[in-house]
Design a protein around this ligand. Structure first.
Ligand SMILES: Nc1ncnc2c1ncn2[C@@H]1O[C@H](COP(=O)(O)OP(=O)(O)OP(=O)(O)O)[C@@H](O)[C@H]1O
Length: 363
């Protein structure tokens, strides 16, 4: 496996749309590109894989110049060594899972027995060894996506592209696949670019995040820093969920002097990065710390109160002993009863059953 840095700085104009982005992804690093529909996420991936040509700029992987508008360089897609895992697994229907995975190595000139051995190893790696003989028609969505991941990696690509890899999976299969991707991505040395709508994917899988809006990067940085301190209203909105980053404890995330307990959705490791995620609507607001209750309680200072429709007031708050920006949705009546105002010190309280605990990327 090569370990080269991806560098891209491109401009691409369409009738009513201009994409203009610059980013780099280090070997072993995962960059998530998030943003609303039409922001240009797919266009970035198409440019990286060579399916569209930017009007200006360049794309390089290590010493290899894949694209350079000024020097009229454009390396063909199949020569770029790009592995893609898309929303749909796109397996060959008449080949077994094993032969699907062996396809890349075979196409790369590896002999049949060696290609099949490599395919077996990758199926093993993604927990799908027992599916080797099955055709794609006999696989569940989650199983097929595991096989598709094995196929992408068996070809030993220099750059891995993940295009909404969990979007088509049902709610039961997505956490398993997310956990698998977390494990597999941590062990590799190539750069990876992940496009996703789901901020949780960015938290669990990406070291850095680039927020794309109308063709431009509105924020770029270490995932947890961008989400914990969103500099644009857009990022705060996509963050949507409360996120407390810290390290893994006993069914809990340890952040500063607080332990947030919850349901462990994907296995976490002690002292490794982990994140607790919960909805603003799951937060109750108290003036006094709750006593003798198994709930999570975090002391915060209110930084904002915004009405959201008739039934909800969104409270924003800064934590005191660790870095996070939290939100709580309360009824206007509750906000009035507690006579809440900016700068008030209150307790945000959330039941462990409402908190999902995930491993987080190292970034
Ligand atoms: N083949 C095309 N020809 C012309 N315009 C296109 C083409 N593909 C996409 N666009 C336009 O380019 C812009 C960026 O689209 P793109 O698909 O990259 O966004 P996206 O962020 O991936 O959106 P989504 O999340 O909906 O997939 C949009 O305005 C879209 O309408």
């Amino acid at each position: 496996m090569s370990a080269a840095r991806l560098r891209a700085g491109i401009t691409l104009r369409r009738a009513a749309f201009t994409l203009e982005v610059a980013f780099a992804v280090e070997p072993g690093e995962v960059l998530a590109i998030v943003g609303p529909n039409g922001a240009g996420k797919s266009t970035v991936l198409s440019a990286l894989s060579g399916l569209v040509e930017p009007d200006h700029g360049s794309i390089e992987l290590g010493d290899h110049r894949w694209f350079d508008a000024e020097r009229a360089v454009s390396v063909a897609t199949h020569r770029r060594g790009v592995g893609l895992l898309a929303q749909q697994p796109l397996l060959f229907p008449y080949l077994s899972a094993l032969d699907n995975v062996a396809f890349g190595p075979r196409a790369g000139g590896v002999r049949k027995a060696a290609a099949r051995a490599r395919a077996h190893a990758w199926l093993e790696e993604v927990g799908a060894a027992e599916l080797a003989a099955r055709r794609p028609g006999g696989l569940s969505g989650g199983q097929a996506q595991r096989v598709a991941l094995a196929r992408a990696l068996a070809a030993d690509p220099d750059l891995l592209l993940l295009d909404e890899p969990l979007a088509a999976l049902d709610v039961d299969a997505a956490p398993d696949m997310r956990g698998l991707l977390h494990r597999v991505l941590r062990g590799q040395r190539r750069p990876t670019v992940l496009v996703t709508h789901d901020v949780l994917d960015a938290v669990v899988l990406a070291d850095r995040v680039l927020v794309l809006s109308e063709g431009g990067a509105v924020e770029q940085g270490v995932t947890r820093e961008v989400l914990a301190r969103p500099r644009t209203a857009f990022t705060a909105r996509i963050a949507g969920l409360n996120l407390v980053g810290g390290t893994g404890g006993d069914s809990a995330v340890l952040a500063g002097d607080v332990a947030i307990s919850g349901r462990v959705v994907e296995p976490i490791e002690r002292d490794r990065p982990a994140a607790a995620v919960f909805a603003p609507s799951a937060v109750a607001v108290h003036r006094q710390p709750p006593h003798g209750s198994p709930r999570n309680a975090v002391r915060v200072r209110l930084t904002g109160l915004e009405p959201r429709g008739e039934d909800v007031v969104r409270l924003r708050a800064a934590t005191r002993t660790f870095e996070a920006v939290l939100a709580a949705d309360v009824t206007p009546a509750a906000a009035a009863e507690l006579s809440l105002a900016v700068d008030d010190e209150v307790w945000f309280v959330v039941k462990a059953t409402e908190v999902a605990i995930h491993p987080a990327s190292d970034g």
